[in-house]
Design a protein around this ligand. Structure first.
Ligand code: PHB
Length: 390
C-alpha cells in the first residue's frame, strides 16, 4: 500500500517534470535590450509596440513554439549596462535571441556577447554602418545612416543646391551621415562649406545654429538621433531666423520622426527628409500594421520607424523559425535570415546575404499638414538601396 502510494506520487512527479520540461523547451525567449527610460525612452517603447503589433496579427506561436519577450532597460546610451544585461539574459534567463538596440553604443557593446554565446542578434534600430561587421550573428532590419543619407545628397544636388553646411550628432551614426552626405554631394558637383558635431546628450544648439547662419550656406544637412534633440534644433532654427535668411534644411527622417512631428509643429512644415519609413506610407501592409499597433498600444503614440523595425524584426524571426523547423540554433537562424525577403509596412525589404544588412527603398518626403496632423508625405524614391558604406 505504502509502496503503491509512493509509486503513484513518483509517477505524478515525473509527469509534472516532463510537462514542465516540454513547455520550457517549447518557448522561444527573445531578450529585448532597449531604452525604456531616460531621454530616449520612446526608442524601447516603439520597438516593443511594433513587436506586439506583429504578435497581435500573427499570434504568439510559430513552428510549434511559443514566443516570449524578456525586456531589459539600458536607461539610455550605456554600453556597460547593455553588455551586462546581455550576459544576464544569455546565462540566467536562457534567452534564445538578443533583439532591440536603439542606440549604436549599446548594440556595439553586445556584439561580442552574441558571438561568444552563438545567439542570433536582431538590430531594430542602431544604425552605424559597422555594427553588422562586429559579429557574424548580427542581422539588421532597420537602416544604416549612409543608406538613408546618400539619396538626400543626390536629391539636393539634383535640385540645384550647391553649398551645404553639415550638422551631425557627435557619435557613430552622425559621423557616418556626415561622410556619406559629403561624398555623395561632392560627387554630384556640390561643395561642403562647413561641418559641426553636436554632443549626443543635452546639446545646446544655439551656438551651432548661429555659426551655420554666419557661414551663409544655401542649405544645412542635419542628422540628430530621433526624439527631443530634433525638437530643440527646429526651435533654434526658427528662433534664429534661418528660414527667413533663406537657408534651407535637409535631414534624414530621424528629425521628423512620427513620434515628435506634431509636437514640433509649424517649424517642421515643408521640411524635406530622406528615410525608409513614414506612418503616412500608403500600402495595405502599413494600414494593417497601424491598426494592430493602435489595438495593442492605444492611439496616443503614432508608430514610427523603430516600431516598424520592431514589427519587421519579429517577421524575420518568425519566418526564420519556420525555415529552421523551430530550431533557435544561432548559426541556423542567421543562415535562414540571409536573403530573406519581406513585405514590410515600409515597402519591400531584403536581408543582404553578404552583409546581413537590410536592402530597402529610401523615400524623399515633405512635412505636410493633413487632417490627421503633420505627416511625412513621400514624393520621390530610391529603390533597392544597400548600405553604401560596405
Ligand atoms: C543610433 O544610435 O544608431 C541611432 C539612434 C537614433 C536614430 C538613428 C540612429 O534616430
Amino acid at each position: 500500500m505504502r509502496y503503491a502510494k509512493g509509486c503513484r506520487l513518483l509517477v505524478g512527479a515525473v509527469v509534472l517534470a516532463v510537462a514542465a520540461g516540454a513547455s520550457a523547451q517549447n518557448v522561444v525567449r527573445l531578450g529585448l535590450i532597449g531604452e525604456f527610460s531616460g531621454p530616449f525612452a520612446q526608442y524601447g517603447q516603439q520597438m516593443l509596440g511594433g513587436m506586439k503589433a506583429y504578435m497581435k496579427i500573427h499570434g504568439d506561436t510559430v513552428a510549434g513554439r511559443k514566443i516570449e519577450i524578456v525586456q531589459k532597460d539600458t536607461g539610455g546610451p550605456a554600453p556597460d549596462v547593455a553588455k551586462r544585461l546581455a550576459q544576464e539574459l544569455v546565462t540566467r534567463d536562457n534567452v534564445d535571441l538578443l533583439v532591440g538596440f536603439g542606440l549604436t553604443p549599446n548594440a556595439l557593446a553586445v556584439a561580442p556577447v552574441a558571438t561568444e554565446a552563438k545567439k542570433a542578434m536582431v538590430i531594430m534600430n542602431a544604425a552605424t554602418s559597422i555594427i553588422t561587421t562586429k559579429s557574424p550573428y548580427i542581422v539588421r532590419v532597420s537602416m544604416t545612416l549612409p543608406q538613408v543619407t546618400q539619396p538626400m545628397a543626390v536629391w539636393a544636388a539634383k535640385n540645384g543646391i550647391k553649398k551645404v553646411y553639415t550638422v551631425v550628432a557627435d557619435y557613430g551614426p552622425g559621423l557616418d551621415a556626415e561622410k556619406a552626405f559629403a561624398e555623395a554631394f561632392k560627387a554630384a558637383g556640390g561643395e561642403i562649406v562647413g561641418s559641426v558635431h553636436t554632443p549626443l546628450q543635452n546639446p545646446d544648439f544655439a551656438p551651432f545654429i548661429q555659426r551655420v547662419k554666419d557661414a551663409k550656406p544655401e542649405a544645412v544637412f542635419l542628422f540628430l538621433p530621433a526624439g527631443a534633440p530634433g525638437i530643440a534644433f527646429m526651435k533654434g532654427y526658427e528662433e534664429r531666423g534661418l528660414k527667413e535668411a533663406g537657408i534651407k534644411l535637409f535631414a534624414t527622417g530621424d528629425i521628423t520622426d512620427d513620434t515628435v512631428l506634431d509636437t514640433m509643429g509649424s517649424p517642421a512644415l515643408g521640411l524635406i527628409t530622406s528615410f525608409h519609413y513614414s506612418a503616412a506610407h500608403d500600402s495595405p501592409e502599413n494600414a494593417a500594421f497601424k491598426k494592430a499597433y493602435a489595438e495593442v498600444n492605444g492611439d496616443k503614440l503614432r508608430p514610427n520607424f523603430m516600431a516598424a523595425a520592431g514589427y519587421d524584426g519579429m517577421a524575420l524571426i518568425y519566418e526564420a523559425l519556420k525555415k529552421t523547423g523551430g530550431s533557435t540554433d544561432g548559426d541556423m537562424l542567421v543562415a535562414a535570415m540571409k536573403g530573406m525577403k519581406l513585405v514590410s509596412p515600409r515597402g519591400p525589404i531584403l536581408i543582404d546575404p553578404e552583409t546581413r544588412d537590410v536592402v530597402q527603398t529610401v523615400y524623399i518626403r515633405k512635412v505636410e499638414k493633413t487632417p490627421g496632423g503633420l505627416y511625412n508625405i513621400e514624393f520621390d524614391k530610391f529603390p533597392e538601396q544597400k548600405d553604401p558604406g560596405k
